[in-house]
Design a binder for this molecule. Sequence first.
Ligand code: G3P
Length: 221
Amino acid sequence: MQFFIDTADLQEIREAASWGVVAGVTTNPSLYAKIGGKLADFEDHIKRICETVDGPVSAEVTADDRAEMIAQGEHLAGLADNVAVKVPTTIEGLACCHALAEEGIAVNMTLCFTVPQAIMAARAGASFISPFIGRFDDIGEDGLAQLSEVVDAIANYWPNEDEEGPQIIAASVRSVNHVTQAALMGADIATVPFKVLQQCVKHPLTDQGLEKFKRDWATVR
Ligand code: G3P
């Protein structure tokens, strides 16, 4: 499983990239708003992120109808070679995905919650499909179980690594356990907020072990 970072914060992206584990970035309108991003700076900001990481950087369309979504998607894809256009899993979104994929543009189908949505996104030509875990948990459902179903269903139809199929991005990740379970069930990628990435490295036994090594080393003369 690869790690993407789920943020629009350049400092977080730079820091996580320095650990050598970040293979891509996902942003969305909420994440851009959260860092106080300005509309006029949005495209330059996406370009800066694309210069910071080599892997795919998801930038999301905000229009509702397919024609405008496609135009936005083409424009976003023109900002850098590693832009993946993020498109919501709706009927208009599927049509947009299909059109962009025909042009060879990488699409990340977002706000995906069910197996039929994921299969349709894959058939429409998505390069990435993002089932959301945490938002399912928020409504009292089991987000990990839903992700597992999507991973299994996609693997039924794109079983060969040679054959081009969509990559599943475990999204709306809120905890270390989400990351663990996504890896165990075979998600291709987990897109993880910076705080959870930090939590993934931490373990109390690592800290205790390090303290002991330091204490013992101090006795060595
Ligand atoms: O990439 C979008 C997704 O990860 C959003 O997560 O926590 O807002 O549900 P969240």
